[in-house]
Ligand binder design. Structure first.
Ligand code: NAD
Length: 513
């Protein structure tokens, strides 16, 4: 029997009640929607209402953008030195750490992320602010001396108001991954969090208020993508849109922002391969394959959701995998021993279950999976699932499921592994397990993905470029690459001596004659 965790009813696992509704944060204050609308945010463990959330419309977005615009053009933020801005960012990081447990528990209540993983995400949110505070103070320009005649130099300037649109998976961590470099570079921001996970964004706004960030520098407008998100994308005073979410949504947003010639950063979907060659350290590969797809409830853009396994070790590896996946502890997300919690929303659960059905119908074998126990029936639980006998052309191998579902596809040769790895529309991450050094680098280079890990699980270094190829994204964030997006180059040309200037309009001939 699998490691199902049924302690959900015990008191120690009770969620705190959330007494206040989640409001917008505009111009330094918490406000209701101009049109008075509200929507519910649900607890995925029980499907009970956690609290009500202000439902933003175009007028709320407009208020927030105007506040951010004033803060940028009239306020101190854009003109402060990077060092001064960094001080605020460090204060935010400190406050996130002070409120870390509360943030983690809110994230668990709102998203179903297991508490042990939510704590890690809260710590990472603080780290994002600390990291970009430091990066901002290291931002350099460039000089281009031209002999004794000219000195040209290029400096980076903030752009203005950035629209930040985030998804519901690891919402706090992903929002701070955008907010921190955006503010560090001197821009102001309007965040539109995902409608299924609004709570940590509201708490973050409280933190921003606590550290006295100048009003208007950071704003939050809650609401639905097609209304509030859409208004932000189309707003004429928002030149930057940083979006993380589904590939299809990214397409719509780019079309909608095209008239305004906006600059986009697009972090989109993935269907990343984990390639395990016969000569790999199979114990470590097994641990990494399992963690890589089932952590964060499988709701992870860089999940290694397609296992490509070499024929000669397939049977043994799949057997070991089956045994381990069966024992993954599915259960109450506040229990520190839980490994997989409920999915974000009942609609998403249905979507994932449709894929389980597609898999069966297409002829794949469900080696692990099936019904969840009655005790978990109220929540959006899906049992960690493994499909074997999968072909790369099946829907479960091609489409992003975004749940705890792994598909295993065999390959014979290195060339075949590369063809299979590249045979999807996505290109976000890849994981390669082999002891053959030359092959490892060769394969890493040839797989079409923005990032590849060799003999490693997904360990991130915040300095490296993060993003996807193909339909997984446009642009890179992370390290100084984030500043490519959040700043504008200004080139200044300075004459150092009396260089020749061609003289028009000095001839004796009258132009009219
Ligand atoms: P989603 O695309 O449904 O929504 C993301 C955000 O966009 C939400 O805030 C939503 O309200 C908003 N939105 C929706 N329609 C909009 C519109 N027309 N205009 C403006 N905003 C709109 O994505 P999701 O379901 O919340 O998140 C899951 C997806 O995110 C997965 O595909 C996952 O791979 C992807 N993701 C990618 C990365 C990455 O870095 N590449 C990271 C995390 C998640």
């Amino acid at each position: 029997m699998s490691g199902v965790n049924l302690k959900g009813a015990s008191e120690q696992l009770a969620f705190e009640s959330i007494s206040r509704p989640a409001l917008h944060f505009i111009d330094g204050g918490f406000v209701e929607s101009a049109e008075g609308g509200w929507f519910d945010t649900l607890n995925p463990t029980t499907n009970e209402v956690l609290t009500q959330v202000a439902e933003g419309t175009a007028s709320d977005v407009d208020r927030a953008v105007e506040a951010a615009y004033r803060a940028f053009h009239e306020g101190p933020w854009g003109r402060m030195s990077a060092k001064e801005r960094a001080k605020y960012l460090v204060r935010i990081a400190d406050a996130i750490e002070r409120h870390g447990e509360e943030l983690a528990r809110l994230e668990v209540a709102d998203t179903g992320l297991p508490i042990s993983q939510a704590r890690g995400q809260a710590a990472r949110a603080a780290e994002n602010f600390r990291f970009f505070a430091e990066m901002a103070t290291r931002m350099t320009g460039e000089t281009f001396p031209v002999g004794d005649q000219f000195l040209n130099y290029a400096i980076r300037l903030p752009v203005g108001v950035a629209g930040l649109i985030t998804p519901w998976n690891t919402p706090l961590m992903l929002a701070t991954w955008k907010i921190a470099p955006c503010l560090a570079a001197g821009n102001t921001a309007v965040l539109k969090p995902a409608e299924w996970s609004p709570l940590t964004a509201t708490k973050l706004a409280e933190i921003v208020q606590e550290v006295d960030l100048p009003p208007g520098v950071f704003n939050v407008v809650h609401g639905f993508g097609e209304v509030a998100g859409d208004a932000l994308v189309k707003h004429p005073k928002v030149p930057l849109i940083s979006f993380t979410g589904e590939t299809n949504t990214g397409r719509i947003i780019m079309k909608n922002g095209a008239d305004g010639l906006k600059r986009f950063s697009m972090e989109l979907g993935g269907k990343s391969p984990v390639v395990v060659f016969a000569d790999a350290d199979l114990d470590r590969a097994l641990d990494a394959v399992i963690f890589g797809v089932y952590s964060l409830n499988g709701e992870r853009c860089t999940a290694g959701s397609r296992l490509l396994i070499q024929h000669s070790i397939r049977e043994e590896f799949e057997e070991r995998l089956t045994e381990r996946v069966r024992r993954i502890r599915l259960g109450h997300p506040l229990d520190p021993t839980t490994e997989v919690g409920p999915l974000i929303h009942s609609e998403h659960k249905k979507r994932v279950e449709h894929y389980l059905e597609f898999g069966r119908r297409e002829g794949a074998t469900m080696a692990v999976g099936g019904e969840v126990p009655k005790e978990l029936a109220r929540g959006n639980f899906v049992r960690p699932t493994l499909f074997v006998n999968v072909r790369n052309d099946m829907r479960i191998a091609q489409e992003e499921i975004f749940g705890p579902v792994l598909v295993s596809i065999p390959f014979a040769t290195e060339e075949e592994a590369i063809q299979l790895a590249n045979g999807v529309q996505y290109g976000l991450a890849a994981y390669i397990w082999t002891r053959d050094l030359e092959r490892a680098h060769r394969v890493a280079r040839r797989i079409e993905s923005g990032m590849a890990w060799i003999n490693s699980q997904n360990v991130r270094d915040l300095r490296t470029p993060f993003g996807g190829m193909k339909q997984s994204g446009v642009g890179r964030e992370g390290g100084h690459y984030s500043f490519e997006f959040y700043t504008e180059w200004k080139t200044v040309h300075v004459a150092l001596e009396q260089h020749p200037i061609p003289r028009f309009g000095v001839s004796d001939v009258d132009a009219k004659s």
